[in-house]
Design a protein around this ligand. Structure first.
Ligand code: ZN
Length: 498
């Protein structure tokens, strides 16, 4: 094989894999959005067959030989090619560690479990979901033991979503965070709370849909390459940078819930939409990790979306869509949108208490992967941790352990990325402020200077650099949680005056 032949073979292989991934992605998206409930059985079968073919293709002798050849000729490769080979070698090794029948069975389990979780959440019936979660935990523990036998199983799971992340790093990060957050939460609990009565009421879904379109436009999503629909749990998915889809959930009595979901998911979408054209169809053509992704979505949601300048800018449109807001000014809305109080639902949590929700999940996931707790005992553990971390009583499984879709998708190990991403976002924003007039851009409603900075320092690189390297180079300094806790303390002072 010559180098040129190997390159050609790799390209063909990537195209074929891309086609399978595209088909599987659309089927999965269909299953989460408009497919009727009972379709999960035939869809599961189709997905099982396609993922089996994909597995064969990926782990084939030929594919392995091409990657090995390219790895042996590293010195003749471009930096992009070297990184592609590095990513592929890691993936191939991991996939080959899992027997084909187990890989297919796992994909079928995840498809069925997603459908069951939906129904269980609707009925607030954890017992329905429990056997699926039990199987998912067992499957992931087994995968961890096959792929990384020398590693702690939860470290392996963390690394799947955020390469380089370990429990040791999480423990340091969370304890630094907790030390500053607990006294702030305590301070706020004694302060006068903003009036939030006017942000619940009658907010017709049709008006909220109009608001979503408006927000996507302000943020700058290209409507020819992105779209929005509804799901039980909002998310973003992309097939290439030419097809990026976001979802939201409308609550007819509360417009802020969907508003912040749309802003959050738009942040994810902006990242995917702005990776370099040259990377399409390769391992580099997408966001590099979940914490880096969450740094973007949480930056849009909170540092932009919950800022005074942004609320002031969108207030006239909100007042046009929702007449009941007209008797309350932008400042009142800013305060209501930033009320900080312990609550039950992570996705609706304020910035200050948000990370406490993540810490609850971190403790539970660790216990799951270490085999210290079984699926049957999880609701009780969940409820007791919510009491100790947030001081709230969980009334039912729907607002408790069944609230997030992640575990039903096998995404155990993802949650810490939300908190770490939020902290990355705060440090990135500080760095951006050195050269970009952030507040003036937000106040003018033209967010281009902000998105241009993010594209230049983060988005365009796709997965070229490892997440830690990318963040450090964008921040111009090592990561420090202080930027996040300082930001939160300043926000508390601004909203509560304490
Ligand atoms: Zn997100």
């Amino acid at each position: 094989m010559t180098l040129e032949e190997a390159r050609e073979k790799l390209k063909k292989q990537q195209e074929l894999e891309g086609a399978y991934a595209h088909a599987l992605g659309v089927l999965s998206f269909d299953g989460s959005t408009i497919a009727p409930k009972d379709s999960y059985i035939p869809r599961g079968k189709t997905m099982g067959i396609l993922s089996g073919e994909f597995y064969k293709l990926y782990t084939s002798e030929e594919n392995t030989a091409v990657c090995d050849f390219l790895e042996e000729h590293q010195d003749s490769l471009t930096p992009e090619e070297r990184r592609i080979v590095e990513i592929r070698q890691k993936d191939i090794k991991e996939r080959r560690a899992i027997p084909a029948d187990e890989f297919v069975a796992y994909n079928e389990l995840i498809n069925a479990s997603g459908a069951v979780w939906h129904e269980a959440k609707e009925k607030s019936d954890y017992a329905m979901f429990e056997p699926y979660l039990e199987k998912i935990i067992a499957a992931l523990r087994r995968q961890a033991s096959l792929i990384a036998p020398d590693k702690d199983p939860y470290d392996y799971m963390l690394d799947r979503f955020e390469p380089g992340l370990t429990q040791e790093r999480c423990d340091g990060f969370f304890s630094g965070l907790k030390e500053k957050l607990v006294p702030l939460i305590e301070k706020v609990s004694h302060a006068e709370q903003p009036d939030v009565s006017f942000v619940t009421g009658d907010f017709p879904v049709s008006q909220q849909q109009e608001l979503s379109k408006y927000l996507m436009k302000v943020i700058g999503l290209d409507p020819r390459r992105s779209c929005l629909t509804t799901t039980e749990h909002p998310f973003t998915t992309d097939f290439t940078k030419y097809d990026v889809r976001i979802t939201t959930k409308y609550l007819p009595d509360n417009f802020l819930s969907s508003m912040f979901s749309v802003i959050h998911e738009s942040g994810h979408a902006m990242y995917e939409l702005h990776t370099a054209d040259a990377y399409v169809g390769t391992e580099l053509g997408g966001g590099v990790s979940m914490a880096v992704h969450e740094s973007q979505s949480r930056l849009y949601e909170n540092l932009i979306g919950r800022s005074r300048a942004f609320i002031e800018y969108i207030y006239p449109e909100l007042a046009r869509l929702f007449p009941s807001l007209r008797s309350h000014g932008a400042e009142e809305l800013y305060r209501a949108a930033n009320r900080m109080t312990p609550s039950l639902i992570r996705t609706e949590a304020d910035e200050l208490t948000y990370s406490m929700h993540v810490m609850v999940r971190y403790e539970i996931e660790r216990a799951m992967l270490h085999g210290e707790v079984n699926a049957h005992e999880l609701p009780e553990l969940w409820n007791s941790l919510y009491k100790s971390y947030l001081g709230v009583d969980v009334p039912d499984a729907r607002r408790g352990i069944l609230q997030d879709s992640h575990w039903s998708n096998g995404q155990i190990g993802y949650f810490p990325s939300y908190a770490l991403g939020s902290a990355y976002g705060a440090q990135l924003m500080e760095k951006m402020r050195e050269t970009v007039p952030v507040d003036a851009a937000i106040a003018s409603g033209d967010l281009t200077p902000i998105s241009a900075w993010l594209e230049e320092h983060i988005w365009k690189y796709g997965s070229l650099y490892k997440p830690g390297e990318l963040m450090e180079s964008a921040m111009g300094a090592p990561f420090d949680v202080k930027y996040y806790t300082d930001y939160l303390a300043a926000k508390v002072k601004d909203v509560y005056g304490v």
